[in-house]
Design a protein around this ligand. Structure first.
Ligand code: KOT
Length: 824
């Protein structure tokens, strides 16, 4: 029988069909009517109508992948910061316009409807958002891929600001149901924990290890379809939810312990309850290790199940069919887990199992910060995962004997450094070392970062395996970060270069030739202006602060961390304010400084910086003496959906980390793509952004990586800069007064303290002067509208490299070696 070739065309809906489908779902899925339906019901009915399309394409994708039995990538990440999915899915299915018209017929506005959707905030920041962009690109490029993660009941906390301070509130993204997820009870897994290991005789007479679990937890998969742009491939993001398994429930129950069984049930459900809110710090908590093991073990079982469906117990094809990417060290325990499954459960010998593991795994490093490098106490490992600790010891012993000893005979110092086990009062398992040893490729996320991973973080590993270390510069999906969030600029680009740019962002380079064309400039800047006017309304609604779209919108949006240096921005705004107060003629174009940032709940200084920004805002925004030249806005609850409103309206992008500390950054790419000019250090991907846009189109300042190292080696003394710059001294001394906290002097003193007595570890004071000069340059540029328009256009038009499709293609070529699979 001839098989019908699908093109996807047969699925296209017109306006009336979609409208009918929405109304049908409103009635039959939501159980309401056009007269009574709430905005939430309309949103869910719309999603249900769209899902008819999604599911059909998902089924076709899965059938094709199964039939062709192609190699697939499995992206393991503790975080996927998806944001909202409605407009994204509509765009990727080419249904956005159709849906807009269908809803208009029903008297509804699609933009308003999209506001009904809670953000899926299952991540902290850059690492989680990168994972979300990557699965979009994988589906778009038709690569067979599964994202695996944790189905947190509560994502990253919701931030409220009360009297200037951050208050954390629980996030409940699925409290009233989420139409984009599908529960898959048929693929539930059971996961062992705790207990002990027994050595027994195996069938072949040899010894074998048996892990007797102390507890078993059920892993329930929830699938989020990931629709590629064009709608051909629909992959899945599979998130695991923990539940109590019958295994221990019944044991305790039969012993008469109904209450205990309920308590254990609650404990089991705690595992996927909440996302740890610490970005780039290692909490070292038992529950976190269990979270990591839980989702890795579920995922490995799922991968095994699918492999065996095609290949039975023949593992010779496993490494050819399966690639697993570890998104930082959080899923490292997948390595000893796969070893345990292959050796203990499938009966492979150690060497065959190791060869499979080594070829299957690759590891991406996202930070060099020492406090983020995960280490688990051996004691904790032994308690929670006794068999895995044995496996790790075995991996370590073989590595030290077979690789380190021959290369550096008798060198105990190097052995101690490279060992997976850190010796000391508390012995620890170093997850980074385990990742490097158990992976065939290790990559950093921008050129400079990958160089530092190789030269500073893992130099001896790089000597052992020079081919293992590589770079894949990060990227962002242009579908969300231009097409969906900036419809007017997208339309301008459609007119200028045709509508293929969402798949080929390099196309935008053609626009560079129009950068000096007054007509094009006028159109480009008018769009920016309208985006700013929209943001003016959002700012008013969210904070009550009135700002003018006439001003320069200067934006710093990212997690709060000393290395990202929001404090540098803060003290520079204070300096500007002081200049305006002391010299009423001080020349500057009006400026609005906009911040969006969450601090880890336990990070005291970060929370103090948020407080200081808000107190500065109170004072500056209400000071009539400065005639509205300066405004400061702290936007509460920074998240993906807010970023989508801020980024299209930004004139200036603040990327001011201490050189050597920001691995890559991805907000820098999104802002430049939307026409913001970067003020930034030569750090992370800023370097590559300046290469693409031309250094003359960015305001680069500050010490570079080598200069930071030299200054630190020489002995940095922040007092040199404090006493050497009277303006800086006056600004820092302001923190001791009650100028910004009337009646409460010294409330902000901790910030000054960290910059002086605290040693200013991130060299804020050393870079202050240069930062201030760069801001003067920005001001001069902006006051020449044609010059500014030129820079803004060139920045936007030259960001093609930072398409996450390019990043994925680099992963495919350098690491995964996949072939794409057309679904039709
Ligand atoms: C968090 C905890 C442990 C280890 C690393 C992290 C981490 C790193 N979280 N986010 N990052 C960021 O990752 C982004 C994507 O690669 C980078 O652009 C950014 O520079 C990192 O800070």
């Amino acid at each position: 029988m001839a098989t019908k070739k699908h093109t996807g065309q047969d699925l296209q809906l017109d306006k009336d069909q979609l409208k009918a489908s929405i109304v049908r779902h409103l009635r039959s899925t939501l159980g309401t009517s056009e007269q009574k339906a709430s905005p939430d019901a309309w949103w869910k009915a719309t999603a249900a109508a769209v899902n008819e399309q999604v599911y059909e394409r998902l089924t076709r994708t899965q059938q094709t992948h199964f039939k062709k039995d192609t190699r697939a990538i499995h992206y393991l990440s503790a975080e996927f910061l998806m944001g909202r999915l409605t407009s994204n899915n509509l765009h990727n299915l080419s249904l956005y316009k159709v849906c807009e018209e269908a809803l208009a017929d029903l008297g509804l506005d699609l933009t308003d409807l999209c506001e009904q959707e809670p953000d899926m905030a299952l991540g902290n920041g850059g690492l989680g958002r990168l994972a979300a962009c990557f699965i979009d690109s994988l589906a778009t490029l038709n690569y067979p891929a599964v994202g695996y993660g944790i189905h947190y009941e509560h994502g990253l906390f919701r931030q409220e600001i009360q009297d200037g301070r951050q208050i954390e509130r629980p996030d409940s993204w699925r409290e009233y149901g989420n139409p984009w997820e599908i529960c898959r009870p048929e693929s539930v897994q059971e996961i062992p924990l705790y207990g002990y290991v027994e050595t027994v005789f195996g069938d072949n007479g040899g010894l074998k290890k048996v892990w007797h679990a102390g507890r078993k937890i059920k892993g329930v998969p929830w699938d989020i379809p990931v629709v590629g742009f064009g709608g051909h491939t629909v992959n899945i993001l599979r998130l695991w939810e923990s539940r109590a398994s019958e295994f221990f429930d019944w044991d305790v129950f039969n012993a008469g312990g109904y209450v205990n069984s309920q308590a254990e049930k609650a404990q089991a459900e705690t595992i996927s309850k909440v996302l740890y809110p610490n970005d780039e710090t290692d909490a070292g908590k038992e529950l976190r290790l269990i979270q990591q093991y839980f989702f890795c073990a579920c995922s490995i079982k799922d991968i095994m199940r699918r492999y065996k469906r095609a290949h039975g117990n023949d593992f010779s094809q496993f490494a050819a069919q399966i690639a697993i990417q570890l998104n930082d060290t959080h899923p490292t325990v997948a390595i000893p887990e796969l070893m345990r499954v292959l050796v203990d459960e499938e009966g492979l010998n150690w060497d065959s199992a190791w060869s499979i593991c080594y070829h299957v795994f690759s590891y991406t490093n996202h930070t060099l910060l020492p406090e983020a490098l995960e280490k688990w106490s051996v004691h904790l490992f032994e308690k929670v995962l006794p068999r895995h600790l044995e496996v790790i010891y075995e991996i370590n012993a073989r590595f030290l004997d077979e690789l380190v000893e021959p290369k550096w005979p008798g060198n105990d110092a190097i052995k101690a450094k490279l060992s997976i086990i850190e010796e000391g009062a508390v012995r620890k398992v170093r997850m980074g070392n385990l990742c490097v040893i158990g992976s065939s490729k290790v990559n950093g996320v921008a050129e400079i970062h990958s160089k530092l991973v190789k030269e500073d973080l893992f130099p001896e590993f790089a000597q052992l395996w020079p081919e293992k270390m590589c770079n894949v510069t990060n990227g962002v999906t242009p579908r969300r970060w231009l097409l969906a969030c900036n419809p007017e600029l997208s339309a301008l680009y459609d007119d200028a270069v045709g509508n293929t740019w969402p798949l080929a962002l390099d196309k935008l380079r053609e626009v560079v030739k129009s950068a000096d064309d007054p007509q094009f400039q006028q159109k480009f800047m008018a769009i920016k202006r309208r985006n700013k006017e929209k943001l003016v309304k959002v700012i008013k609604a969210e904070t009550g602060i009135e700002v003018s779209a006439e001003a320069i919108f200067d934006v710093q949006i990212k997690r709060l961390h000393e290395y990202k240096r929001q404090q540098l921005n803060l003290i520079h705004i204070m300096a500007l304010y002081r200049r305006l107060l002391t010299n009423p003629d001080y020349q500057m174009h009006p400026r609005v400084f906009i911040f969006g940032s969450k601090a880890a709940p336990g990070y005291k200084l970060a929370k103090d910086i948020i407080y200081a920004i808000n107190k500065l805002a109170d004072r500056v925004n209400n000071d009539t003496r400065i005639q509205g030249k300066l405004k400061v806005v702290f936007m509460p609850n920074y998240r993906v959906s807010l970023a989508e409103k801020l980024i299209p309206a930004a004139d200036v992008s603040e990327q001011i980390s201490t050189a050597g500390y920001e691995a890559s950054g991805t907000g820098n790419m999104k802002l430049a793509l939307n026409g913001a000019v970067t003020i930034g250090t030569l750090d992370g991907a800023n370097i590559e952004i300046a290469e693409e846009a031309g250094a003359e189109n960015c305001a680069i300042f500050g010490l570079n990586v080598d200069e930071v190292k030299t200054l630190k080696a020489r002995g940095y003394n922040p007092y040199d800069f404090y006493y050497g710059n009277s303006e800086l001294k006056a600004v820092l001394d302001w923190f001791d007064t009650d100028y910004f906290t009337p009646g409460r002097p010294g409330e902000l003193a901790a910030i000054k303290h960290s910059l002086l007595e605290g040693g200013d570890p991130y060299l804020t004071l050393a870079d202050f002067h240069s930062y201030s000069e760069a801001h003067k340059l920005i001001d001069t540029w902006y006051r020449d509208p044609a010059l500014w328009a030129r820079k803004a256009i060139i920045n936007s038009a030259t960001m093609g490299k930072f398409n996450s499709d390019r990043s994925i293609q680099d992963y495919v070529d350098r690491i995964w070696k996949l072939t794409n699979c057309n679904v039709g």
